[in-house]
Write a protein that binds this ligand. Structure first.
Ligand code: ZN
Length: 409
């Protein structure tokens, strides 16, 4: 077995671990060094650093401190890596810790984070998922069990000084268009809760004041939340700084396309086994601006779906021009309304769409004025028949349980 080069302790604060950080900045020192061709294991906190507990109370989701996220493990330096190279990362395996065989999903309060359907689900709720080998189910959502497509929600290399400035400038410009929006348009740098790894003193303070938040995906990859970036994938990352500085976190046991609940997929702490190689000058050789990847040779084999269509007409009946965000929201809302006919609460259905191996597709973006998005719901994850028939739904899970909710204070 490969060496674990950065360890974590689930019983300790991630702020006490110099192999962990929660902002992107080129001055964060490498937490470990490896050579091209080597494989190694990194241990990762869940994205909130242990703020969410395995219980039936959603107050921790309501009160979460989102300025702390995401806790990433790294940066790992790769000897010989230089700006312009491609860092080739094989995701060899991922797992949960023996003592932590569970994960969480939730929706944030509209007042603290919000989410894709926050107008429909404005208060904090959470579901807990228990792992059983490669399968998972939730005591809060009856009638479903599925195989996990385990993946890191967040992985990428440190930005250069120039790239960091570009991120901060363009995001601030968007922020300034509506600074009081709830939830906010952008998460600006925030020094108070920044964890800059090994950086200390005035150097740390300076970097913390401008370190980019980890929420959005950017040119380097980052928080892409791509469920297909699963174990067995090979990823090609642009390198911007000497030694590359690869960091990873936000491990997901499973996730539906879009990570629509925002908190988020089935979130977990765990370990990831990686191998790195370099393609010198690869960014130029292959015209790489954003990462590219080859998917895993293995994936859960769900090939029967009920597919829900959505178009870019919103819930109020307003016509939008080719807006795939609105079209996907309608597809999700259509799936939720359908599942409610089988006795699920809206919250159970919403959480399920965020957690299960649901596919989302952009089906059409040229047929003005409507974009068409589709949500593919795998039928084999349900222990009853989900298809429509002449006599209506023949099964109901109503009354069995519900998703814990924490009222806003
Ligand atoms: Zn996540």
């Amino acid at each position: 077995m490969a060496d674990t080069i950065i360890k974590i302790d689930l019983n300790k604060s991630p702020y006490d671990n110099e192999g962990v950080h929660n902002r992107w900045h080129p001055d964060i020192p490498m937490a470990a060094m490896v050579k091209p061709g080597e494989d190694f294991i990194l241990e990762c906190h869940d994205w909130t650093g242990g703020q969410i507990e395995n219980n039936d109370n959603a107050e921790d989701v309501r009160d979460v401190d989102l300025t702390q996220v995401h806790f990433l493990t790294g940066p790992v330096g790769v000897e010989g890596a230089e700006p312009g190279d491609l860092l080739v990362v094989d995701i060899l395996d991922i797992g949960a810790f023996d003592e932590s065989q569970w994960g969480f999903n939730g929706f944030f309060s509209k007042q603290n984070g919000g989410g894709f359907l926050t107008e429909h689900f404005p208060e904090a709720q959470k579901t807990i998922w228990d792992f059983n080998g490669m399968f998972t189910k939730s005591r809060h959502i009856p009638g479903v069990e599925f195989a996990g497509m385990i993946h890191p929600g967040l992985i990428g290399c440190l930005p250069s000084k120039e790239m960091l400035k570009e991120w901060n400038d363009r995001e601030k410009a968007l922020y300034d268009t509506e600074p009081d929006r709830v939830p906010g348009l952008v998460n600006l740098p925030f020094a108070d809760t920044a964890h800059m790894g090994k950086l200390k003193g005035s150097e740390k303070d300076a970097a913390a004041a401008e370190g980019a938040r980890t929420v959005p995906p950017r040119e380097h990859g980052g928080n892409c939340d791509i469920k297909d970036l699963s174990r067995g994938s090979q990823v090609y990352f642009p390198v911007y700084v000497k030694d590359a500085g690869l960091s990873v976190g936000d491990l997901h046991f499973s996730q539906g396309d879009g990570e629509i609940t925002f908190c988020g997929a089935i979130e977990m702490a765990g370990w990831i086994h990686l191998r790195v190689n370099l393609i010198k000058g690869g960014m130029e050789k292959y015209a790489i601006k954003n990462p590219i990847f080859k998917p895993s040779p293995m994936a859960p084999k769900y090939d029967d779906y009920l597919i829900f269509e959505g178009i870019s007409v919103d819930e109020q009946g307003k016509q939008h021009y080719l807006d795939v965000h609105i079209a996907y929201r309608q597809a999700c809302l259509n799936a939720i309304e359908y599942l409610k006919k089988f006795g699920y609460t809206g919250a159970q259905a919403y959480s399920l769409l965020g957690c299960a191996p649901v596919q989302g597709h952009i089906s059409g973006v040229v047929d003005v004025p409507n974009a068409c998005a589709t949500l593919w719901l795998p039928t084999d994850i349900f222990d009853f028949d989900l298809k429509p028939g002449p006599d209506g739904p023949q099964h109901s899970v109503a009354g069995s349980t519900d998703v814990p909710l924490a009222k806003d204070k």
